[in-house]
Design a protein around this ligand. Structure first.
Ligand code: ZN
Length: 243
């Protein structure tokens, strides 16, 4: 076998190794960006709202379904519309991801409807200084009850915000656990501003369902969530003025 043959083999080997390393590098980079390249582009939105409110689900997505064909999407929208009225009454510019029975998938072009819906809400959240998403829970164990407040794990300011909302919410609804809950898997919480996801109770629990379908309860929840947001906005405003 001629000697130059080994040269070709080794050159091919070097190229293969270089390509492999490049691919591994790309993979590592991709993993280090938890939002992905496309989603990252949605972070660059101009801030045009003081507060962004998100009513979960909508349109073909009913969310949790309570006994008697009761849909989460209707009740959370009702609460969000009440919050909108309270907060605009305080002079804030308040945005809504939806103001009627539809999803938010129309704002994004790529992906499945579910993915586009999620990214549409994420995109709008990035246009505000603070955000809150309202949901109602469901689980197989009908004894599970009470509200939950989720914030982005390791985001210090979001935890403060979560505690302020928790303190108001517990005045009108029992809490599922006695603390604010860190999450690192919910995309909406990874938006630029501090964003919370609040589960107001369990549609799968008869007592919670009776509350959620009660107009006065929803008015109280809206009032408490709005109060929590206002406390945070005022606190943060004070912090910024002092610094
Ligand atoms: Zn939901």
């Amino acid at each position: 076998m001629p000697r130059w043959y080994f040269l070709i083999v080794s050159r091919k080997f070097v190229w293969s190794a270089a390509c492999l390393l490049f691919c591994i590098g790309l993979l590592v980079l991709w993993q280090s960006l938890p939002l992905g390249f496309y989603t990252l582009g949605l972070l660059n939105n101009e801030v045009v709202y003081d507060i962004m409110l998100d009513a979960g689900h909508g349109g073909i997505d009913p969310g949790a379904i309570g006994e008697g064909e009761l849909y989460e999407k209707h009740y959370v929208l009702d609460i969000v519309l009440r919050m909108h009225e309270i907060l605009t009454g305080h002079g804030y510019k308040v945005g809504l991801t939806r103001d009627h029975d539809r999803d938010v998938s129309h704002l994004v072009e790529k992906g499945t409807r579910h993915r586009r819906d999620l990214l549409g809400r994420f995109k709008l959240m990035n246009q505000a200084r603070v955000g809150l998403s309202v949901h109602a829970n469901s689980t197989k164990d009908s004894r599970e009850a009470g509200a939950l407040v989720f914030y982005l794990k390791d985001k210090y300011i979001a935890k403060i915000y979560a505690q302020m909302v928790f303190d108001e919410l517990e005045k009108v609804q029992v809490m599922n656990v006695n603390y604010v809950v860190p999450r690192d898997t919910l995309l909406l919480l990874k938006a630029n501003p501090p964003v919370l996801l609040v589960e107001i109770g369990f549609m799968s629990n008869p007592a919670d369902l009776a509350k959620i379908t009660d107009e006065q309860f929803r008015a109280n929840v809206a009032q408490s969530l709005a109060a929590g947001i206002l406390n945070f906005v005022w606190w943060r405003g004070g912090e910024q003025t002092e610094s």
